[in-house]
Each structure stands twice: as C-alpha cells, then as structure tokens.
Ligand binder design. Structure first.
Ligand code: BGP
Length: 509
C-alpha cells in the first residue's frame, strides 16, 4: 500500500486538469451555529440531541417523538445538548475562516444555505433579509479571494415548522415552499454563485428519513412498508429538484446545477452469481436516484422493487414530464466507503460501522467508526459513473473522521509566547494521498471531473453522531462534544500538506 511519503508512482507534475476546483466542504447545520440569530427559524437539525459518545445518534427516535418532545427540544436554550446549534461558530467567525481558506489557496468552497435563515418557518411569503445578507457577504468575500462557492440548497436542513406541521417532504405542499426558496436564492445570488446543488445525498431520505426528508412517522399504518413514506417524500424531492434545475437554467444561464448522491459501491461477497446479482441490485437501489436526476426517469428495477414490496408512490400528471425536463448539468457525489452484498448474510461477519452494518470486507481496513477504507473504490465509482452517465462529475465530499490530539497549550498563546498548539495527523494526509492517487487514475481513464472538495475543512459537528470529536478538518476547532472550548482555529499538519497539494495542482501526490 503506498503511503504519503512514497514518491508519486508516475512522477507526474500537475496531473489534474487546468481549472480543476480544489476545495473543502461543509454544511450550514454542522458549521454555522447562531441557530437563533439573524432572524433564523429552527430547523430539523437544531432539535437533534447529543446522545452517547461513540454511538450512532438514533435519529429514528425523533421520527417517533411526540409533538411535546419536539417542542421541548425546540425550547431548550443553550447549545450543549444540541451540538448543531453551536456548530463550529462559523456564523460569527466566517471572516477569519475565509482567510484560512484563502491561505490554503482554495479555488472552491462547498457549503449550504440554511433554508431556515431565509424562510424561518418555510411558509413566509417574504424572505428574511438578514439571512440573505449573511450569505451575500460571504459569497462576495469568497469571490474576492478567488474562491468559487459551490452551494447546496438543502443539506440535511429544512425549517422545523415544515416538519412538525407538514410531515416534511411526505407532504406535496412542501414542493411549493421549496420552489419559492430556490427562486429567492437563485435570483438574489445570480452572478455570485455559479455552481448549485439541489439536495445533499438525496438517497439519505430512504436511509435516514428524518435527516434527509424531515419525515416523522409516528405510527406507520399497520401492514404498510415503513419505507412507503420515505419513497413518497423522495419523489417530492425529485420533483422539487427538477423545478430547481429549471429555475437555475431560466434565471441564471451562466450557472450550472447538479445533483448529489452518497455513492456507496456494493461489491459481491463472492463470485457466486447470486451474490453478484444481489450486489448489482444494491447498486441499482443506490444509483436509481441519479438515474432519475441525470436520465430523467425512474428505471424499471426500482418500479419492480416498489411493486414487490407493496410500495405505492403517488405521482401527479406532469411529474414524469418534469423529471425528464429537469435533468442536471453535472453529477456530484460523496465517497467515504464501499459495502459488501450477499444473498447469505449469515455466512459472513459484519462490521458495525456507525452508519451501516455491512459485511466486513476482509481485504479492507476500517476507520475508527467502522467505515471501510477503500481508496480504489473511488476510482471504481468514478469510472462507473462516467460510463453510466457521461456527464461531468464532481467529488464534493471525501475525508477521514478521526480522533485528533491537540498538542501544546492555549495558555502559551495567551501569555504572549508563541502558540505551540499543533495537531499531527499523518493518517489524514495518508487518506487524502491514497484517495487522490485513485482520482488521478480515473482522470487518466478519461473521466471528466470538475473538482474535489474535501470534507470538512474545519472540524464540524458530525452528521450521523453529532460529535465534534469525530474530526474531519484540516483546521482543528477547539471545542468538545458538549460545546466546551475556545473555538480557536489551529492549523493541523494536514493543512500544510493540503496547501501544497492545491499549489501544485496535485503534483505532490
Ligand atoms: C455525509 C454528509 C455530511 C457529513 C459526512 C460525514 O453523509 O453529507 O453532512 O457529515 O457524511 O459523516 P459523519 O459526519 O456522519 O461522519
């Protein structure tokens, strides 16, 4: 296995295409904080509590929560029990953070707009000007620093009111509210934003219905497949996404708009054809999302799956035509791991990843959180997506969640002596090196790739565990899981490596 210190296998210099976008990525609900400032309404992320350290936050519990429980969570002041309410305090520190990104030499920042900053409950007819101004200043500053904002319209976030009063995306009426929001931001940020993404990891709506679609299902009807509500919500999101694509094309012909998938490749556990067909089926259940958003239609495999499972997705006349019309300009995706499929699960041991329980791949190590570490899988995914769709791709998330150790002390800095604080994270550099070498292979295979934005630039609150200490950044944020700390920013060793990576357009690999 190559390591970060090995010489580059091809001795290549500047192996990435001209104009390749190098960046970092994060989401409003995980980074901003300021959850009740500037006229912002509560979002569904603001009521996700912190549970236990290593365990997966059981968001599905929220789906069964009573109105009173949600109201209580919504009313709890302070941030400690609700880590996403303070995030990384980017809302107050964004100017300094942009300077750090400029120092990194970035050409892109992938981020999201908090819908609840623009329409606090989602149903207002007029937007919240203070929210619009926050992003307008941020986008303008980024452009001044030569950093292209790549903006997700909805990243695991919607106004809480739309969840509690409407049932989230299960309710078709939410489409209209989203359309007004999309029209508002695309109009206002015309010329400032050239790359839009509609929904983050749209396949999450089925995997994590509360996170992805604001789906709260107190009592699913007896005998009804529990995924029924999620697939209905997903269909509404597809329609809303197609409308947003149309809006961007109409309102700002210079901008490009993409979809966003959490791409998890499924490998067959064995060469038994039954396992191979099962892996193909699992891949199709992941890829049908991009089939809809890139090709403009649901594939036969998912329609058959719904039939077999008794899932009945209601579509209105005109929906299919809209999906066919609202196809995206590029396909963006996150890549963290591959999974393993088999028809006989009991034959194989499972890895207890914090997000997915999957068959353990004996050829791959796992991260501290049990996710398969699979750089070659990224090349496989890139080549495969390019083959399947033939439109430009964009890696908008890839990175390592790890426990970091902060050395040195803030007291030194406070006493006027040099700040000795440092984070030595060779494991993160190694992660990037191994994955980016595979990206380079895919580019050599002919894949058209717009850019790479590493997750998350700054340490931010984890989406799935609500931990700050599952750290992804190249910049350390001095805060713990309960929101204690100075929130100071400390450049990790990986910061300086990433800076060289960008400055050489990938030649350090
Ligand atoms: C993706 C999400 C992100 C992010 C990342 C890492 O699923 O789009 O929001 O957080 O995964 O996951 P986690 O934070 O759960 O470790």
């Amino acid at each position: 296995t190559p390591t970060a210190t090995d010489p580059a296998p091809h001795g290549a210099t500047g192996p990435f295409p001209e104009g390749f976008l190098w960046g970092v990525a994060f989401a409003a609900n995980q980074v901003e904080g300021g959850f009740d400032e500037g006229g912002k309404g509560l979002s569904q992320a603001d009521v996700i509590p912190f549970r236990t350290a290593r365990d997966y936050v059981d968001i599905s519990a929220l789906m069964k929560a009573s109105d009173e429980t949600i109201a209580e969570a919504a009313a709890t002041p302070g941030a400690a029990g609700y880590p996403k309410r303070s995030g990384s305090d980017f809302y107050h520190r964004w100017e300094g953070d942009v300077e750090l990104f400029a120092e990194l030499g970035l050409s892109a920042l992938r981020m999201s707009i908090a819908w609840s900053r623009i329409f606090p409950t989602g149903v207002e007819t007029e937007p919240n000007e203070e929210g619009l101004l926050f992003y307008e200043r941020l986008f303008s500053r980024l452009r001044e620093r030569g950093i292209e904002p790549v903006v997700t319209m909805s990243h695991y976030e919607m106004p809480l009111h739309l969840v509690t009063e409407y049932g989230g995306w299960t309710n078709r009426a939410v489409i209209g509210h989203f359309e007004r929001y999309a029209r508002t931001i695309v109009t206002r940020f015309r010329g400032l934003v050239h790359y839009w993404l509609t929904f983050n990891e749209i396949n999450t709506t089925v995997i994590e219905p509360y996170t992805g679609g604001g789906v709260i299902e107190r009592e699913p009807a007896p005998g009804v497949d529990p995924r029924q509500a999620s697939y209905q919500a997903l269909h509404h999101q597809f329609v809303a996404s197609a409308l947003a694509v149309r809006l961007v094309h109409e309102l700002d012909p210079d901008a490009r708009v993409g979809c966003m998938l959490a791409r998890m490749a499924h490998y067959p556990a064995s060469s038994d054809p039954a396992d191979v067909v099962k892996a193909q089926f699992d891949n199709n259940l992941n890829l049908f999302h991009t089939d809809v958003q890139v090709r403009g239609r649901y594939p036969g495999t998912v329609r058959r799956f719904w039939r077999d499972q008794g899932i009945d997705v209601v579509m209105e006349p005109g929906d299919e035509a809209l999906l066919a019309e609202g196809t995206v300009d590029f396909l963006s995706f996150s890549y963290y791991m591959s999974l393993v499929s088999s028809v006989s699960l009991e034959k194989y041991g499972a890895t207890g990843g914090n997000l997915f329980s999957t068959i353990k791949n004996p050829h791959l190590p796992t991260t501290e959180w049990g996710w398969h570490f699979d750089p070659e899988g990224l090349r496989y995914v890139l080549d495969d997506l390019w083959d399947r769709y033939g439109i430009p791709l964009f890696i908008v998330e890839n990175g390592l969640g790890a426990t970091d150790v902060l050395e040195g002390s803030a007291a030194d800095a406070a006493a006027g002596t040099p700040d000795t604080r440092a984070v030595h994270d060779p494991y993160r550099v190694d992660y990037f090196v191994q994955h980016l070498r595979q990206v380079r292979e895919a580019i050599a295979d002919g894949v058209e790739l717009l850019g790479y934005t590493a997750w998350g630039g700054l340490d931010i609150v984890s989406a799935s565990t609500s931990q700050m200490t599952k750290r992804y950044g190249v910049v350390y944020v001095d805060a713990d899981d309960l929101g204690n700390g100075s929130y100071d920013r400390i450049r990790k060793d990986s910061f300086f490596w990433y800076q060289r990576l960008v400055a050489t357009n990938g030649a350090v690999l």
